[in-house]
Design a protein around this ligand. Structure first.
Ligand code: FAD
Length: 502
């Protein structure tokens, strides 16, 4: 038997946004060697979306893959720490809840904590049992909690950072490892008339960039994957009707909070992302229910200080590319599809596509089985995240606008409906096939959006009510004591990762 390995020698990445430079950085670190040339084409005149400033904890695995020094990375990107997201006015006006990155209480006798909490009538706020949630509210942060007499407890966190500075930081990383950058506008994708594969990209000044394998990181338009290879697009806007955003930063008036805020508005929601040097704001809305001028006014009315830059208007269609890998091209980032930024999953989707691609890295034969596997897992991942985001909209009791009434009454995917019904009926949350969001995340949003179960796990009855009340009180006290022992978030930044004044 002959085993072939017709190795790829040239990779071309189209696009120098977050997706392009994350891909270039990871490839140069993992695949970089003398016989593989990695090139990246980007157009300075077209620019990037320049948003994408809140992350989820998985980004730390990406940093570790690159071997980045976390504090150095934060100093260069005006970074702050993120312990979760606070959702304000989502369930109904006047309500707020936290989706934290850490667990609630502790599982006992193999039964998740929340069943005990339900059994005791869910009287105490759920977040009072979560270290990350309470630390966020108190403005505290440390990466690892040292406790006398007990093992150290790692804290679950992610980051906020300046998206433009992040791309610059990764560009320096990638160029140091041999990635060759071409500044210029791509005019044409040159397809092979026999195989239909991409042979080269033709730039406006006549240069041609040839490669064996192309990564399309060209943003929403998907210049290779869609415009040239016609992958097709599955539209999800009937489930996620927000299709625009206006982003605009303002000055900070307080020390940065270690969490993102998401504030529901009449036809969408608004983000507040605290960085070291400013606050990132954005209003995500449905153009069917509000026009751009009104949307900008809503943003200005709720900004803490006057805007510090021109508004950045972004438009999109929610959904996914049907074949994110087609022929010899893989789309990563916005080129592969987009789910609105409610749960900060854009950068995570880039990261997981990179790691999936590294696991399935092809040779020049581009085996159909490899491509199918990549596409199948990419689809499942996006559908699972989609369901989680839809839940925030569907489970609302707002009656103040047509937008929220539409969301409450819309049909949702069966996969989400099944999950909601399972929880409502039994209190059970079932994490499927390694899905991104854990039961902690689902519980936070189900509970925060006012969905209450009719029963709890029968094994929770193993503990008496008195015994449980003692356990719950002890767990709450542990959280309070641990939070009290943590440094202030701002003090931690000042000590370990203060950015240079810009
Ligand atoms: P882009 O940034 O659009 O980059 C495309 C690149 O392709 C650019 O370099 C451009 O110059 C280049 N290009 C395009 N055409 C050509 C051409 N003809 N020739 C040469 N080069 C070309 N994600 C998160 O994780 N957290 C968040 O908080 C978050 N917030 C978001 C808020 C909004 C409103 C939006 C829209 C997205 C948000 N995202 C967020 C998603 C995140 O911004 C993106 O996933 C990320 O920025 C990746 O973008 P990209 O690199 O795919 O595309």
């Amino acid at each position: 038997m002959t085993i072939t390995n017709d190795a790829i020698q040239r990779i071309c990445i189209l696009g120098g946004g977050t997706a392009g430079w994350m891909t270039a950085a990871a490839f140069s670190k993992v695949l970089g060697n003398q016989s593989l040339q990695i090139e990246l084409v980007e157009s300075e005149s077209i620019g990037t979306v320049s948003v994408g400033e809140a992350t989820i904890p998985q980004i730390r695995a990406f940093n570790q893959l690159l071997g980045l020094d976390e504090m150095d990375f934060l100093r260069h990107t005006q970074g702050t720490f993120k312990l979760g997201i606070e959702f304000i006015n989502w369930y109904k006006p006047g309500t707020a809840y936290m989706h934290p990155f850490g667990p609630y209480g502790t599982n006992m006798a193999g039964v998740p904590f929340h069943h005990y909490w339900l059994k005791r009538g869910s009287e105490q706020p759920l977040e009072s049992f979560c270290l990350e949630a309470m630390a966020a509210r108190a403005g505290k942060f440390t990466p690892v909690l040292e406790r006398q007499g007990s093992p150290a407890r790692p804290v679950n966190y992610a980051f906020h950072f300046d998206a433009v500075a992040y791309a610059v930081y990764l560009r320096q990383f990638a160029e140091k490892r041999g990635v060759k950058r071409h500044a210029g506008q791509m005019k044409e994708v040159m397809l092979n008339p026999v195989t239909g594969r991409v042979d080269a990209l033709l730039l406006a000044d006549g240069r041609q960039v040839e490669a064996d394998f192309f990564i399309d990181c060209s943003g929403f338009k998907g210049l290779i994957i869609e415009q040239a290879l016609h992958s097709g697009f599955e539209d999800w806007s009937h489930w996620l009707p927000c299709d625009r955003a206006i982003a605009q930063p303002c000055a900070s008036t307080e020390p940065p909070r270690p969490y993102t805020q998401s504030i529901a508005q009449a036809a969408g929601w608004q983000w507040r992302i605290p960085l070291q040097n400013r606050v990132g704001n954005g209003h995500v809305y449905s153009s069917h229910y509000v026009d751009d001028d009104e949307a900008l006014q809503v943003l200005h009315d709720t900004m803490l200080t006057p805007p510090e830059a021109e508004p950045n208007l972004l438009r999109w269609q929610t959904g996914r590319r049907r074949e994110p890998w087609k022929k010899n091209c893989v789309a990563i980032g916005l080129a592969a599809g987009f789910l609105e930024p409610l749960e900060s999953t854009g950068i995570q989707l880039i990261q997981s596509a990179i790691s999936r691609l590294l696991s399935l890295f092809p040779d020049k034969t581009f085996a159909e089985e490899t491509i199918k596997t990549f596409n199948r897992y990419s689809t499942t991942e996006m559908e699972q995240i989609r369901d989680f985001i839809i839940l925030h909209y569907k489970a609302n009791e707002r009656d103040d606008s047509d937008f929220w009434r539409y969301c409450r009454t819309m049909n949702v995917p069966d996969s989400l409906n099944d999950k909601i019904q399972l929880y409502r009926r039994t209190g059970r949350i079932f994490r499927e096939n390694n899905e991104l969001f854990s039961d902690i995340s689902w519980l936070s949003v189900l509970n925060g959006q006012g969905i209450y179960p009719q029963s709890y796990h029968p094994l929770a009855d193993k503990f008496s009510a008195t015994n449980l009340d003692e356990q719950l009180a002890m767990l709450q006290k542990q959280v309070t004591d641990n939070v009290a022992a943590m440094p202030d978030h701002a003090a931690f930044i000042a000590r370990f990762c203060q950015a240079k004044v810009m």
